[in-house]
Design a protein around this ligand. Structure first.
Ligand SMILES: Cc1cc2nc3c(=O)[nH]c(=O)nc-3n(C[C@H](O)[C@H](O)[C@H](O)COP(=O)(O)OP(=O)(O)OC[C@H]3O[C@@H](n4cnc5c(N)ncnc54)[C@H](O)[C@@H]3O)c2cc1C
Length: 382
């Protein structure tokens, strides 16, 4: 399936694919309830998936980013709501703590992110700062040997399952011409006094994935909550998003693959005008285009992952993969639903769920417009 992946790299992805084959009966109820069942997160902990990129010395599997991409594709092909939760936990949150955490922070927090007791969260977005993340207004002021945080975050994936939220706040006023000066990353335990989570957002798709606001009202954290250096948090946010974008690309590929497989099977079965609809060129060509786009997207995602694994610059490549894969997922889910005709519009055939779920991929972790800005900036700088 994935020509760039070696046998060992496929092992975990294959194990996840086998495990995920048991998910479908659980999905409709969980989507109705808007919740990922705790046993499913526990299972992922037991499989090692939640700590796949955490070094073995820290209790994880020490797998590569290529494996991360392959596993995310499998999870998204089965259940996108679950894939986005794992992507945030294991990509951005665990990844940032592995990369920037002190030995004490790693020892304290990584086990909580990989044992299946919850999923970590990453709180950057605010009501007035989305794409322009450096305009954030949440503040952190020193208080004795700790910090007091005040502000409000929006759209936080996993908020309600999280043992901790990596939260970005500004230490001191924004400086003219240096909007990210003072931004600092904090590991905020979810049970911190003064931290509360708003009601879960009612979304178009990804219904079982929790997305909530977070209020910090004089929330006091200890000095050792600072991740990395004071004032250097924006770099942590951008670095986390670079890696996370490989995860979103992989999610988009998984969704696109799932609907294309279903459309292919349906087109063989469904007869109109006396023959299977797969014999009409309009249908065949749409499936051919989908398969081509999926392979192209996967190669882009695996290239970005491969570069990251070799500690090569990969920001541009991750943005290219995320841009292409997420936009391809829109075209492919649209066309797959079209192959199903009226049945595609009905919940029974699942294609409508994948189409709704796919829509978020061009928005979160940087919109398509932001990806084009990142790619263009890198070209101009080259
Ligand atoms: C399901 C879901 C889960 C999410 N999870 C998280 C999470 O866990 N943590 C978190 O911090 N955030 C999360 N987000 C927030 C997400 O990252 C933001 O929604 C996204 O970055 C866009 O910000 P915005 O919604 O404020 O849109 P805006 O930034 O207001 O953008 C609105 C439109 O303007 C365009 N635009 C903005 N600036 C420019 C420009 N300079 N040039 C051209 N076009 C521009 C955008 O591309 C977009 O089309 C989540 C969002 C969703 C939908």
């Amino acid at each position: 399936m994935n020509p760039a992946a070696g046998q060992t790299e496929r092992e975990l992805a294959n194990a996840v694919r086998d495990w995920a084959a048991g998910l479908p009966p659980r999905i409709p109820e969980a989507e109705r309830q808007g919740w990922l069942p705790a046993e499913i997160i526990e299972d992922l902990g037991k499989l090692g998936v939640l700590g796949m990129n955490v070094p073995e010395a820290d209790g994880g599997l020490g797998a590569s980013t290529v494996v991360f991409a392959l596993v995310l594709e499998e999870l998204a092909a089965a259940w996108p709501s679950l894939a986005v939760g794992v992507s945030v936990n294991s990509g951005i949150v665990a990844g940032s703590i592995v990369h920037y955490g002190t030995p004490e922070q790693r020892a304290r927090w990584l086990p909580r992110l990989i044992d299946g007791s919850g999923l970590g969260a990453f709180a950057l977005t605010e009501a007035s700062s989305g794409s322009d993340a450096a305009a954030l207004r949440t503040t952190a002021r020193r208080d004795g040997d700790g910090w007091v945080l005040n502000g409000r975050k929006e759209f936080i994936t996993n908020a309600k399952y999280a043992p901790l939220v990596i939260t970005f706040a500004r230490v001191g006023p924004a400086e003219m011409g240096k909007p990210h000066a003072g931004i600092t990353a904090f590991i905020v335990p979810a049970n911190t006094h003064g931290v509360s989570f708003g009601p879960s957002e009612e979304k178009m798709g990804l219904l079982a994935s929790d997305t909530s606001g977070m209020v910090l009202d004089d929330a006091r954290v200890d000095a050792d909550a600072v991740l990395g250096e004071v004032g250097r948090g924006f770099g942590i946010a951008l670095g986390g998003l670079d890696g996370g974008r490989i995860g979103i690309a992989a999610q988009s590929i998984g969704v696109a693959r799932a609907v294309t497989d279903r459309a292919m099977a349906y087109a063989r079965e469904r007869h109109q005008f006396g023959k299977p609809i797969v014999e009409f060129d309009a249908i065949r060509f749409s499936l051919a285009q989908a398969r081509t786009d999926i392979d192209a997207a996967r190669l882009l995602a695996l290239r970005a992952a491969w570069l990251r694994d070799r500690a090569c610059p990969f920001t541009r490549e991750a943005s290219m993969a995320k841009l292409f894969a997420s936009e391809a997922a829109q075209r492919i889910t649209y066309q797959a639903l079209q192959v199903f005709g009226g049945y595609g519009y009905m919940r029974e055939y699942e294609v409508e769920r994948y189409a709704r779920d796919a829509r978020a991929t061009t928005i979160y972790e940087g919109t398509s417009e932001v990806q084009r800005m990142v790619i263009a900036r890198s070209l101009v700088a080259a």
